[in-house]
Ligand binder design. Sequence first.
Ligand code: BES
Ligand code: MN
Ligand code: ZN
Length: 484
Amino acid sequence: MQIALSASRPSDASTLIFPIAKGSAIAPAIEAHALAAEAAGASRFGGEAGALVELFVSEAGKTLRVVLVGTGEGNAADFEKAGAAITARLLTSGVTQACVDGAGIAASSLAHLGLGALLRAWRIDTYRTKLAEKAKPTLETLTLVSDAADLATLWAEQEALAAGVAFTRELVAEPGNIIYPETFVERCRPLADLGIEVSVLDEADMEKLGMGALLGVAQGSIRKPRLLALRWDGTGGAQATPLVLVGKGVTFDTGGISLKPGPGMEDMKWDMGGAGAVVGTMKALALRKANAHVVGICGLVENMPDGGAQRPGDIVTTMSGQTVEVLNTDAEGRLVLCDAITWAQNTYKPEVLIDLATLTGAMIISLGHEHGGLFSNDEGLANQLLTAGLESGDKLWRFPLSDAYDKLLDSPIADIKNIGPRYAGSITAAQFIKRFVNEGVKWAHLDIAGMVWADKPGATWDKGATGFGVRLLDQLVRDHYSAS
Ligand code: BES
Ligand code: MN
Ligand code: ZN
């Protein structure tokens, strides 16, 4: 489905959508469609965000489908819900074209409605060869009808964001036999056409650099690891130091020799959700030509248990020089991230570094599917992220870090062990990463294990990949990392 913009209602429009604020009366323009007001009353429609009434009316001998959609209090999230409700209802309804009456609605609100509609319309049908006729998407175009002069510009920005989220969702939803380190990189190559500089390290490069922790995870798989770096500089060199984002890209996590139980293991195809969010953000920034300098780095490996796999008890030497006792091969994300972060710091000398990872099951125990976990060594950065979370809808909740937690990772034989004791598993995972963050670097770690996949539909997504993190990071860049 695509969104189109038009100053007037297309003459052949047969599905008309009217956004209605909470508690507001049905406007005369809508009353003209006999029954609309009555249908709203009979359905107890009160304009609640995303509430919907659908009816058929007759106009000049033609049958029109009229949809009233609630826009609630009128904030951005409410308009997104309204847009999402429209596509959730119409996508497979048989309707091919629909238009939204934007009269009297601010261009920014309409753009958010379009964003919600586009996000909710995303789906992956690649592997369905037998989709029932009635389950096939029919809606091709949703036209936003408005004469607001700034709608085109505002919409272009939201469309870029939606494309970034869609890219993340695609990578997250693809199975492990299709997306592995090399193919993840191949899917990202076309980003070069948008002006993103793409660079890739292979196994030999990483060996030379001494990335023993990342390579230790990869060694049990026939899929070769990759380190991917994407750089977008929309400032023309004005911002010398980039904001650096680092994503965990474990394209499948079996646990390795510390094998995971079978039931639910298929979920571990989305253990690259952090890397997915990073590349989706880069795509969105490049598409909207963000006036910012951002580097996105992905540590890409597959965690498998074969004869070459690392063993519990193995000691690996990280690129930083610190040694790690690998007590559990299933705590692999931190082993990938530590080397990716060391390389990122050496290469780009960032002042601010944010990593994203589906790092711990414990995160889901503590926050469920409502917030991602935030860990940071800097109050200012933490607050920027918390605020961007509220603004974008990708919400975060902050956890503590302290020397007492850090101590739990001391190893009797190496510098650090890769697991702590049973409790506070998400915090000790964050403390592990913190040991690889250079003095003076403002760092935040986002544990998004509970957020990248949804078992039920949400505000702007269906079941499946959510694209969590893209909107958050795009908002953060907008608010704090753009040159003016
Ligand atoms: N990828 C998992 C974390 C995870 C689990 C994400 C479930 C999403 C859903 C991670 O690599 C992992 O296995 N973590 C272990 C750490 C433990 C061995 C200290 C975990 O959470 O059990
Ligand atoms: Mn694991
Ligand atoms: Zn993992």
